[in-house]
Structure formats: structure tokens, C-alpha cells
Design a protein around this ligand. Structure first.
Ligand SMILES: NC(=O)c1ccc[n+]([C@@H]2O[C@H](COP(=O)([O-])OP(=O)(O)OC[C@H]3O[C@@H](n4cnc5c(N)ncnc54)[C@H](OP(=O)(O)O)[C@@H]3O)[C@@H](O)[C@H]2O)c1
Length: 324
């Protein structure tokens, strides 16, 4: 038996119930994990609502966690009982005390990466790593615009882009978040609730715009993002916290010859070698102090609904962790 957050239907935070769930012995290629820390992601909100149809009902949300191997199923050779691991998976289910997971999606945790940091950063940190190094390559001298720069992914991208030598412009939804983005190293902060983002970017860049625009906000910022990209620049739309971006007429890319991408982390880490390499890059960046977990709030796993309310209502900064 394991306690877990379970939803019988899609909807608001109130559909998430804390209850007992049966747990079988691990099957072929699986291990049983006892979660020690679980990362909260905006994608969990999309999954809870059904905007991303990744969970069958009744189901348990959550794509990212750290834990300890409690039991090893047949055919598993690389993991042993007691080993610390962390993971990101497309199959939801992380909002649980225990679960069975495929051994080949587990990343062994080095001694110097603690469980809360791993749970906070596996999904968001590997996303930041791939967006800055693979979707496009951010390099010294680039001017980059990062929306929701005080948020989970945004604060990591701000720090990482600064470490790469970029000039960083971060947007935030309210004044109280601006100092967090400045502390993360941003050169300029735009408060979207009272400033025109595209006009401010034009002022800051002398009308040139940004070579790279990272937009995880979606519907509300897409237009400003298009306006803020430099000639031959790249708009990387990687999320939709404010709602999905409406269908785009690709002709809008033509006047400035800009590229538009809509990446997600999972294809980048689908192969085990890529997963381990990307996680290794993230761990190295944590060790060097390039990025760090900024866990300002933890919630008991049973109170996941309250954590969702705060995330959806734009009341959080950095990363949130649920504790079983
Ligand atoms: N493509 C991928 O593989 C991938 C992976 C991870 C995350 N993501 C995406 O990255 C984005 C950030 O994820 P996260 O987990 O780190 O969340 P987060 O940034 O901590 O939270 C979302 C932030 O979006 C901003 N926002 C703007 N309009 C909003 C609205 N109407 N409702 C709610 N929030 C709004 C808020 O910041 P302000 O108040 O400062 O504007 C809010 O704090 C999400 O869109 C997520 O889906 C994508």
C-alpha cells in the first residue's frame, strides 16, 4: 500500500485527493521507489486539468521526484536496494509515497546532490540546460529575453544564461518578484503588469531586439515575444502558463527572418545516454554554482492542492517541493 494524491476527474486543485493506493511488487525491469522529495511543475497543472492528456483516470499526477530504491524487480542489474535516484518521466505518478518505476529511467544521485535539490531541478534544470545548449546555443554576447524569470525554469535560465555571458532581460508579473530576478543576475527586469514588454525591450536593445527569446508564458506574451526578437533571431516557445498560444500564421516570422521552435524536454532525454549526459551537465552546473535550487516553499504531499493554487495564482518563485 502507498498513500498518493489521486484524481478521479480532471479539474481544479480540489479534485486531488490524498488516499491509499495498492502497490504491487516491482515487475520486470522495475524498481519500487520510496519518494523522499517530489518536484512541482506547471506541467502538473496542465495534466491535472486535462490540458495535456498524459494521465488516465483515476490517476496520480507528478513527473519528477527523488527517492530511495526499496525493492528491485526481475532483470534489474544497475540498481540496488538503498540506492538514491531521481527521475523525470512522461508517465505521471510522482505525487505518491511509493511507486514502481522503470529502472532505465532512473538517474543515480551523486552524494553531493541532495534529494530536495534533485527533486526541484531534474525537470526544470534539464529543461533549462537543453533550451540554452541544444534548442539553440546561447553564447557570450547574446541578448536573451526570459519570461517568468522569477519562476522555476525562469530563475534557472536567468542564472545559466548569465554564466554563459549573455545579457539577460527578465520579465516578471509583479514588482515584488523583480529583486529575485536581479539577484539571479539579470541585467534588466521588466514588470509585465505595468510595463509594455516589447517597448522596453526595444529601449534596452536600442531597437535591435533579442537574439533569443524564451517564452514559457504562452498566450499572454507571444505577441510581445515576436516583437522582441531581433532580425535572424529565435523565439523559443516552451510553455503556456497563461494559456495555449493561438494558431500562428508563419508569415509573421518573415519580416525579421526569425525562427520559431516549440521544444519540450522529453525527446531530448528519451535515449538513456542523453538522459545521463543531460543530468550530468545539470549536476556539474550545480557543483560550479552556475545554478541552484531556490526552494522557498515546501508543502506536505497531502497538501498538493494548496501548492497548485499558489503556483497557478502566480504567488510562487523559484521551485516548489512536495514532501511525502
Ligand atoms: N517544454 C518543456 O519541456 C518544459 C519543461 C518544464 C517547464 N516548461 C514550461 O515552463 C513554464 C514554467 O514552468 P515552471 O514549472 O517553472 O512554472 P513557474 O515559472 O514557476 O510558474 C509559472 C509562472 O508563469 C507566469 N505566468 C504568467 N502568466 C500566468 C498565468 N496567467 N497563470 C499562471 N502563471 C502565469 C508567472 O510568473 P510571473 O507572475 O512572474 O509572470 C508564474 O509564476 C511553464 O509554461 C511550463 O509548462 C516547459
Amino acid at each position: 500500500m502507498s498513500k498518493a494524491i489521486v484524481q478521479d476527474e480532471q479539474g481544479g486543485p480540489e479534485v486531488m485527493q490524498w488516499r491509499d493506493q495498492p502497490l504491487a511488487a516491482p515487475g520486470e525491469g522495475e524498481v519500487t521507489l520510496r519518494h523522499t522529495a517530489i518536484g512541482l511543475n506547471f506541467i502538473d497543472v496542465y495534466v491535472r486539468k486535462g490540458a495535456y492528456p498524459m494521465m488516465t483516470l483515476p490517476g496520480t499526477p507528478g513527473m519528477e521526484a527523488a527517492g530511495v530504491v526499496e525493492a528491485v524487480g526481475p532483470g534489474v542489474r544497475d540498481l540496488v536496494v538503498g540506492q538514491r535516484v531521481a527521475y523525470v518521466m512522461t508517465a505521471p505518478g510522482a505525487y505518491s509515497e511509493r511507486r514502481n518505476v522503470p529502472a532505465d529511467r532512473m538517474v543515480p544521485l551523486p552524494d553531493d546532490i541532495d534529494d530536495r535539490t534533485a527533486a526541484a531541478l531534474m525537470l526544470k534544470g534539464m529543461t533549462a540546460e537543453r533550451l540554452l545548449h541544444r534548442t539553440d546555443r546561447a553564447v557570450a554576447g547574446d541578448t536573451v529575453l526570459i519570461h517568468a524569470a522569477a519562476g522555476g525554469v525562469g530563475s534557472l535560465m536567468t542564472r545559466w544564461a548569465k554564466a554563459l555571458g549573455c545579457t539577460v532581460i527578465g520579465t516578471v508579473g509583479s514588482d515584488d518578484k523583480a529583486s529575485i530576478v536581479r539577484d539571479a543576475g539579470a541585467d534588466h527586469v521588466i514588470v509585465g503588469s505595468r510595463e509594455n514588454i516589447a517597448e522596453r525591450v526595444a529601449d534596452i536593445t536600442g531597437g535591435k531586439g533579442c537574439r533569443l527569446v524564451y517564452d514559457g508564458v504562452g498566450k499572454d506574451t507571444f505577441e510581445a515575444s515576436i516583437q522582441s526578437v531581433a532580425r535572424f533571431g529565435h523565439l523559443i516557445s516552451f510553455g503556456n502558463a497563461s494559456g495555449p498560444v493561438p494558431p500562428v500564421n508563419i508569415a509573421v516570422l518573415s519580416p525579421k527572418c526569425i525562427a520559431l521552435s516549440r521544444p519540450q524536454i522529453f525527446p531530448y532525454i528519451a535515449d538513456r545516454a542523453d538522459l545521463l549526459a543531460t543530468a550530468g551537465n545539470l549536476f556539474a552546473a550545480i557543483r560550479k554554482g552556475i545554478v541552484k535550487a531556490e526552494i522557498r516553499d515546501t508543502f506536505p504531499l497531502a497538501d498538493a492542492a494548496e501548492a497548485h493554487r499558489q503556483l497557478e495564482n502566480r504567488r510562487t518563485t523559484g521551485q516548489l517541493v512536495l514532501l511525502p
